[in-house]
Design a protein around this ligand. Structure first.
Ligand SMILES: *[C@@H]1O[C@H](CO)[C@@H](O)[C@H](O)[C@H]1NC(C)=O
Ligand SMILES: *[C@@H]1O[C@H](CO)[C@@H](O)[C@H](O)[C@H]1NC(C)=O
Ligand SMILES: [Zn+2]
Length: 439
């Protein structure tokens, strides 16, 4: 802790009435100087320069700041990728750019890439830490906030887009890997930072389909970084998306029998879909499981019709299913059957499942010592990485762990504390240790 911080800390105490009484002896002079200023009222207890200095003095916090300040909304990740390549190359790593095509519907045409990095001369590490470098929009600038009340460095809050999801994981993973290798220079720890996680996982699919993902796998432990509140995640639900469309025949609303309402046709279908998670499998519902609870469905959009006085010619809805058990194919069959049952097999109704993006419930490893365990309701890149261990006895363990909470991850108040970020470095260190020991 640097002197200016000590002074800031003491001045924070000094705004408390003297009766609160805690001023360490050895610093009483500094505190009385700053304290008298404080008691006259105006200046904030902790100055921005003090907070900046805390960040500047820490390699972890500085790296986190650098990558959080670079805007990297999905499809526009190349600047942050360049920053990571530079940092890793300065720290004994070979960093390769794995070019990933931009999405067809994206604004940007700039080249973007996953960053695959390994210790110099060791291209097939046994342990890989991985997270994503894209964020959701809009970009929110990086800011630092002193805690209310008594100053405590660990409670300084870092806010801004990506500071949690997932640049906190990225910075903590890199720092943990470098720390571990400082003490164990031969430790083979790889780092994979992918693009496009927030918009369907293109980056991870690209890695998975590439030559880097060997058959059989060279790696034995994968440590995924996402906001998990510093707990190990034992798995997450699957995800299946679909759209339902109904076709009708337009007519004047005064003579509806001359047409056919697409809205009238889709309504019973949607109300059946809405309850599929709540009815037993034997009655045509989607399965629950002890681990993940019920399958839930969200009818996220409904569109239809053109005007109040026209019988609607079309209607559609898009649905996301969070699958608690079974396979993607089984869920798709259940959904098609439910739609067909309720519509009497009407040719006017179609259900479409997009080609990619669906995945079944994903189980993860939790055998590392010293972590709390939880289940999450959000999806990750993990199912997008196919592990080619068919026909071998190779076991690849997968852990999911990271600082910060998913509850703020995509919101305007995205942020986490210095304490959480620093604790994540310890946590990743323990997971690396577990991985190195079994490799
Ligand atoms: C594309 O860019 C334009 C102009 O910069 C912006 O208004 C629009 O929202 C962007 N669209 C997407 C899909 O990002
Ligand atoms: C399908 O739509 C046509 C008109 O477009 C209508 O005549 C027919 O009755 C509809 N089928 C069902 C099952 O509602
Ligand atoms: Zn994320």
């Amino acid at each position: 802790m640097k002197l200016s911080i000590v002074a800031a800390l003491l001045s924070a105490h000094a705004v408390v009435p003297a009766a609160a009484g805690f001023i360490p002896q050895q610093n009483s002079q500094a505190s009385s100087v700053r304290g008298s200023v404080m008691l006259r009222g105006a200046a904030p207890a902790v100055q921005n320069e003090d907070l900046d200095k805390i960040v500047a003095d820490s390699p972890l916090l500085s790296l986190h700041r650098t990558i959080s300040e670079i805007e990297s909304i999905s499809n526009d990740e190349s600047k942050v990728g360049e920053a990571l390549v530079k940092y890793l190359e300065e720290h004994g790593y070979t960093a390769e750019k794995q070019v990933v095509p931009v999405e067809e519907d994206a604004n940007s045409t700039a080249e973007r890439f996953n960053v695959w990095a390994y210790p110099n001369g060791n291209p097939q590490p046994k342990v890989i830490l991985t997270s994503h470098i894209d964020t959701v929009p809009p970009h929110i600038p990086y800011t630092l906030h002193a805690p209310e009340g008594e100053f405590d460095r660990a409670n300084v809050r870092i806010m801004g887009r990506g500071t949690v999801d997932a640049k906190a994981s990225v910075a903590a993973q890199i720092t943990a890997a470098l720390n571990y290798r400082e003490a164990n220079p031969d430790a083979a720890i790889g780092l994979l930072f992918v693009v496009g996680e927030e918009v369907g996982g293109t980056g991870m699919v690209h890695f998975s389909d590439s030559d880097l993902n060997t058959t059989p796998p060279f790696f034995r432990t994968l440590i995924f970084g996402e906001p998990t509140e510093l707990k190990l995640v034992d798995g997450h639900k699957g995800n299946v998306r679909f759209t339902v469309e109904a076709k009708g025949l337009a007519a004047h609303s005064g003579y509806p029998w001359l047409g056919h309402s697409a809205v009238s046709e889709i309504l019973p279908v949607l109300s059946r879909i809405d309850e599929l998670g709540d009815i037993p499998v034997e009655e045509g519902g989607l399965p629950a499981s002890e681990k993940y609870g019920r399958t839930t469905l969200n009818i996220g959009t409904i569109k239809g019709g053109a005007a109040g006085n026209i019988v609607p010619v079309s209607a559609s809805a898009s649905v996301t299913v969070r699958l608690a058990a079974g396979t993607v194919e089984e869920a798709q069959e259940t959904i098609k059957r439910a739609v067909s049952d309720v519509s009497g097999g009407s040719q006017n109704i179609t259900v479409t499942f997009p080609n990619d993006k669906a995945y079944p419930p994903t189980d993860l490893d939790v055998d590392a010592e010293g972590f709390e365990v939880m289940t999450v309701n959000y999806g990750t890149d993990i199912p997008k990485l196919t592990i080619h261990n068919e026909g071998t006895d190779i076991q690849v363990k997968k852990y999911l762990y990271g600082p910060g909470s998913i509850f703020v991850a995509h919101g305007v108040d995205e942020g986490l504390t210095i304490g959480d970020l620093e604790e994540a470095v310890e946590g990743y260190g323990r997971l690396i240790e577990a991985g190195i020991k079994r490799s």
